[in-house]
Design a protein around this ligand. Structure first.
Ligand code: WTA
Length: 630
């Protein structure tokens, strides 16, 4: 695959992708190994959310990671693993070794009865085996669904049940900073509510005591003991499912976003190579967790498809101290560093002291993902981490898009602080107003839609295609609706403004307000609740909950209990930052909560509350303002 090297080449490619997308994408697709070539590059139907890329072709994504790379890069390091504890030894795993371990574990999966199409849940720490688990599933044609290991037993059970998974891959425990998390206990608790799971494979990591259920639970090291390290890859149709990844939306429970084999392979690798401008000898590090889409596309699949060296970090940025990220950059001489604004802001809060013993000279490119990066954080990151010399790629994309959609190409597209900048070739963003009119030209602001399909566009929401159509393809006819607001400035550069729906972005993680409300409402004393986001210095957005309770408990006690319920139902990442106990919620005459008012109050913006005369209970607004937690 050839990389774009100049701005004029970018514009040329963009033009081609607009005029003849099939030619554009097939030229890229030719660089992969296909077991059978496609009949048609693209069949697309926005109305029914039906997209077929490289129709009727056959492939296996792992063949394109291994067999395609091995002759040239067999001894090259594929994964560098940095453990939670810096005193523990890192692992350097070559492509050859990763291949062998993937094949061995693929055979172990088969021995446990896993076949093409079966769903396998991965609930693991950030260790090489997590990547091996994903790749082994892909090798045998099983559909993986990675669940971030910070989610609660209830959330894990929901995901297992939604996709009727047959197997869980997990560990005894996880190390995270100075904590040890008993993940196997969480799995045991979840499985009490799941009937589809036939087996659990447990990686030994923390060596803590766990419960092993005979006939259901097996140790990872025992499963691979007698397996061969040769395993032919399963034949996958282009549109066969590669993975499901659950993500929060504005309504209901998290939905299983489905990505298919060929399109995802082509798009994740193309975008990795071009956005980060990866060179053969570079060491690349993305700090995400494989539980999120960023970990899928830009720790595992994108880099490995390109034969890159990708770093996996088990720990957290603050352990054993706040220099950890910068120590790792120097230790491995990282060339491309990709992280989230929330991490930047958290580290920025510690000043420059933690950076003073680090050279960071190896860095060539720095990247940002997951939420809008504010100008202050942008400059701090650019000046102090990138030393003013590294291009900063602010990459906008989503679980549903599979790969980066709007971003500078490092060192090619001129940088503009806090702007994701320009769409990648093949991506046609449009800005629409509330009525669906396209707002052309510069200096316009509205909702962000994409009007032509790209190879890794969401294929469906698992088990409920109607939901996929309704969420993404019915707001605006003939377009994919992102849920984000955007502005095109006077230079034509795009600036993402954040969600326009009821999704809150907390530290780069998506949370549905309805999902958090449902969790709060599980407390027996809660009568009703309403959750909104508010600006938070470190997290980007914080969670503000207004709760009506019928209890004799004092406010502090009930607030603690509510936080515990949310931890239990969703996980610690969803716990409200602020809880205000109220006697009522502002409602319209039709009974709808007027969230606009709640958002303003939570944001400490008591002016311009707008028209409150249509409220059923206008007096409540004064009470809410008086009791606001600032
Ligand atoms: C937000 C993460 C501004 C956005 C890859 C999107 C961003 C949601 C950026 C998707 C960015 C992601 N600038 N906002 N560079 N990147 N977002 O599915 O609101 O976890 O809709 O995917 O994060 O979050 P998700």
């Amino acid at each position: 695959m050839k990389r774009i090297k100049t701005l004029s080449e970018y514009f040329k490619k963009y033009e081609l992708s607009e005029k003849d997308p099939e030619k554009f994408w097939s030229e890229i697709a030719y660089s992969f190994i296909w077991k059978k070539k496609w009949d048609n590059v693209l069949e697309s139907d926005f109305e029914n959310a039906d997209f077929k890329w490289f129709k009727n072709a056959q492939l296996n994504i792992t063949e394109n990671i291994f067999e395609r790379n091995l002759s040239e890069r067999g001894d090259k390091t594929a994964i560098i693993w940095e453990p939670n504890d810096p005193k523990e030894s890192p692992i350097y795993m070559s492509y050859k070794e990763l291949y062998k371990q993937t094949c061995t574990f693929s055979n172990a999966l088969k021995s446990k009865g896993i076949k093409k199409g079966d769903r396998v849940i991965i609930y693991m720490p950030m260790v090489p085996e997590a990547a091996i688990a994903m790749l082994a599933c892909a090798r045998v044609g099983a559909v993986h669904s990675v669940v971030f290991a910070g989610f609660s037993a209830a959330s894990l059970a929901d995901r297992i049940n939604d996709c009727e998974a047959k197997m869980v891959l997990t560990s005894d425990g996880n190390f995270r900073g100075n904590k040890t998390i008993p993940v196997k206990d969480v799995v045991d608790e979840a499985l009490e509510k799941c009937s589809s799971i036939e087996s659990v494979i447990v990686l030994e990591r923390t060596k803590q005591n766990i419960n092993i259920k005979d006939g259901r639970d097996f140790w990872w090291h025992e499963c691979i003991e007698d397996e061969s390290n040769i395993c032919d890859s399963e034949v996958m149709d282009s549109e066969d499912l590669l993975f499901i990844l659950y993500t929060s939306g504005s309504t209901g429970k998290p939905k299983g976003v489905v990505h298919s084999s060929a399109g995802y392979m082509v798009y994740s690798s193309y975008t990795f190579l071009n956005v980060f401008q990866y060179d053969e000898e570079d060491i690349y590090w993305c700090t995400a967790d494989v539980g999120w889409i960023t970990g899928h596309s830009y720790i595992v699949y994108g880099p490995l498809l390109c034969g890159a060296t990708t770093v996996m970090f088990e720990g957290v940025p603050t352990y054993p101290n706040v220099s950890r990220f910068w120590d790792i950059v120097d230790k491995y001489k990282i060339n491309q560093f990709y992280t989230a604004p929330t991490a930047i802001r958290a580290l920025q809060a510690h000043g420059l002291e933690p950076l003073k013993n680090n050279s960071l000279d190896s860095l060539k490119v720095i990247g940002s993902v997951g939420e809008p990066i504010n100008e202050e954080a942008w400059h701090w990151y650019h000046d102090n981490v990138g030393k003013g010399k590294c291009p900063l790629v602010d990459t906008w994309w989503q679980t549903e898009t599979g790969g980066i959609m709007i971003s500078a190409l490092a060192g090619i597209t001129p940088n503009k602080p806090a702007h994701a900048s320009l769409p990648l070739p093949g991506i046609m963003p449009v800005i629409v107003d509330a009525d669906g009119n396209e707002l052309n030209g510069n200096n316009v602001q509205g909702n962000l839609c994409i009007k032509s399909p790209w190879p890794s566009i969401i294929r469906t929401t698992y088990g409920d295609h109607e939901r996929c159509i309704n969420t993404y393809f019915s707001n605006y006819k003939g377009m994919y609706f992102t849920g984000d607001g955007v502005k095109r400035d006077h230079d034509g550069y795009l600036r993402i403004l954040g969600r326009v729906d009821d999704v809150i972005n907390v530290s780069g993680h998506r949370m549905g307000t309805a999902e958090v409300e449902n969790a709060i409402n599980e407390h027996e004393d809660v009568i009703e609740s309403a959750v909104v986001g508010y600006p938070h210095d470190i997290k980007g957005e914080g969670i503000y909950a207004y709760v009506i309770v019928g209890t004799k408990l004092n406010d502090d006690k009930i607030k603690d209990e509510i936080i515990n319920v949310v931890r239990k139902v969703i996980g610690p990442i969803a716990k409200p930052d602020k809880i205000q106990i109220v006697s009522g919620l502002p409602k319209t005459r039709s009974g709808k909560i007027m969230r606009r008012i709640l958002r303003k109050v939570a944001s400490n913006d008591f002016q311009n509350l707008g028209d409150t005369s249509t409220l059923l209970n206008p007096d409540i607004v004064t009470e809410i303002i008086d009791g606001a937690i600032i």
